[in-house]
Design a protein around this ligand. Structure first.
Ligand code: HSE
Length: 291
């Protein structure tokens, strides 16, 4: 039996749509795997009633198939599905690490990124690696078709998750097909600023680079209270705040000592809009690892 802790992740980070991602210190899924003649999956924990146990429809099952590593896989969800916190990616990454270990497959973490991305394709229709890359490598990552680059980073974060469900499919359907040239230039500048901030462990630069006038702006209509919670995070001292992945969670970058205030402010703003919410005071964290 192998047990792995696989972290939540925050994709996009504002300016890095479909490319940037960061592993979070928490929450996380716990994945246990033991060898079997054929793959079976059982899911418990947050939102488990919405997650298919059929291996063909579960990211962990698709990973087992890709690695030719049949196993009984138990997934204890700490990352709620449809949260914008890489729930399906956590299960895919955790299964990839567990089965690679269990069957001694010898794949590197970077090789496991493409395996886990196939799991993502099974549930979302596209093999996005912007969540599985940080879930496997930890820290901050940029995932493109050319490969994945990443750096470890120490940035305090607050993630506030409202009790709203947003499917990635719906969140992608509201995106504009085209952007203005001025928006392109602005976004490139912000993305470069964010990368510099991650490399220097500088929450001011990371926060500045999180600004985004294209993707999160289009999606905000799907999350009641999003604009108010974002404003509240900034007023409480966050250096930047944006939608986490395809939402509904918000991720805010903070300086040391500010997380408690930012967490309270974002929860209160959602509640004032009639939406219950919970906040995680966390930071950029490690990738999936044996537990
Ligand atoms: N980059 C993706 C999106 C993350 O924002 O749609 C969700 O899987």
């Amino acid at each position: 039996m192998v047990t792995v802790r696989a972290p939540a992740t925050s994709a996009n980070l504002g300016s890095g749509f479909d490319v940037f991602g960061a592993a979070l210190g928490g929450p996380a899924d716990i994945i246990r795997a033991r060898p079997a003649d054929r793959t079976t999956i059982s899911v418990t924990g947050l939102g488990s009633e919405y997650i298919p146990e059929d291996p063909a429809e579960n990211t962990a099952g698709v990973v087992a198939e890709a690695l030719e590593a049949p196993a009984h896989i138990e997934i204890d969800k700490g990352v709620r599905p449809a949260s914008g916190l890489g729930s399906s990616a956590a299960s895919a990454a955790g299964a990839a690490v567990a089965l690679n270990e269990l069957y001694d497959r010898g794949r590197s973490r970077k090789e496991l990124v493409s395996v886990a991305a196939e799991g993502e394709r099974a549930v979302s229709g596209a093999a996005h690696a912007d969540n599985v890359a940080p879930a496997l490598l930890g820290g901050f990552t940029a995932a493109t078709e050319a490969g994945v680059v990443g750096v470890p980073a120490e940035i305090p974060l607050v993630v506030c998750l409202p009790e709203v469900v947003v499917s990635t499919r719906d969140a992608r359907s509201v995106l504009p097909e085209r952007v203005e040239r001025s928006q392109l230039v602005e976004t490139v500048g912000r993305a470069a600023t964010l990368v510099a901030g991650m490399c220097r462990d500088d929450p001011n630069l990371v926060g500045r680079g999180m600004a985004d006038s294209v993707v999160a702006a289009a999606r905000s209509e799907l999350v009641p209270g999003y604009d108010q919670a974002r404003e509240a995070a900034l007023a409480a001292g966050a250096t930047g705040a944006t939608m986490s992945g395809s939402g509904p969670a918000i991720v805010a970058a903070c300086r040391e000592g500010q997380r408690r205030r930012v967490a309270a402010a974002t929860v209160e703003a959602f509640e004032e809009n009639g939406v219950a919410a919970q906040a995680y005071q966390t930071s950029v964290g490690a990738g999936a690892g044996l537990y």
